[in-house]
Design a binder for this molecule. Structure first.
Ligand SMILES: Cc1cc2nc3c(=O)[nH]c(=O)nc-3n(C[C@H](O)[C@H](O)[C@H](O)COP(=O)(O)O)c2cc1C
Length: 200
């Protein structure tokens, strides 16, 4: 089921994201991978996510409405990953970012989220939204990671014409995981270190 958020502005007026193309909402709903979309402005509050995101994180729409997605990190520092994300958000020329980041499900179970983020721009060049996809790389295997990459790649390809009709351009293309086995092994190691309390 599609998760649609309501956003509240500083003076408390509610504003529905009706300017989101309806096709995009439908598209999110039909995608086989976890997706999320945030405002490009202020602290990047989430405006849209799909049921795969909820399956992955355990969070229902009402619990994350208008929040920045960093709440998934709990107490974990994630310095390296956050630095990469900061650079992506701050620098116009960086089209996308892909990084593992330690996250926690609602039930407290940690996972290493292979987070992909890219920018959605208006034709004027202004960044309108930040698009993201999440994947648990710590409990997978190379075949499934490659399948996820293919699904995400297809999602991005098919989303482009849908958004183009609304004057929004998807920036950049997916950098697929070059060495799935090594990425998964590293993520599993991260979970072990987290268990030992040496990662926070
Ligand atoms: C659309 C979108 C989705 C995001 N998804 C996640 C996520 O699933 N997990 C996560 O840890 N951070 C996610 N982030 C990144 C955080 O929201 C935040 O940008 C990051 O932690 C760096 O900022 P900070 O150092 O101020 O926390 C997402 C950001 C955006 C804009």
């Amino acid at each position: 089921m599609l998760e649609c958020f309501w956003q509240f502005d500083a003076i408390g007026e509610s504003m529905r994201h009706d300017d989101l193309p309806v096709e995009l909402r439908d598209y999110f709903n039909s995608s086989p991978v976890a997706l999320s979309l945030a405002e490009a402005s202020s602290d990047h509050p989430l405006v849209l996510t799909n049921s795969r995101f909820r399956d992955l994180t355990g969070y229902a729409t009402s619990e994350i409405v208008g929040r920045n997605c960093r709440f998934l990190q709990g107490e974990s520092r994630n310095d390296e990953a956050r630095e990469k994300i900061h650079a992506f958000l701050a620098e116009d020329r960086i089209a996308n970012v892909r990084t593992p980041i330690v996250n926690f499900r609602k039930d407290g179970r940690p996972f290493v989220n292979l987070l992909y983020m890219s920018k959605l721009r208006a034709q004027s060049g202004e960044i309108r939204y930040i698009f993201a996809s999440q994947f648990d790389v710590s409990r997978t295997q190379p075949d499934l990671l490659r399948e996820y990459d293919a699904d995400l790649s297809r999602t991005l390809d098919r989303m482009s014409p849908v958004l183009a009709e609304s004057g929004i351009v998807v920036q950049g293309s997916l950098m697929t995981v070059a060495n799935s086995a090594a990425t998964i092994a590293q993520a599993k190691l991260t979970l072990i270190e987290l268990d030992r309390g040496s990662f926070l």
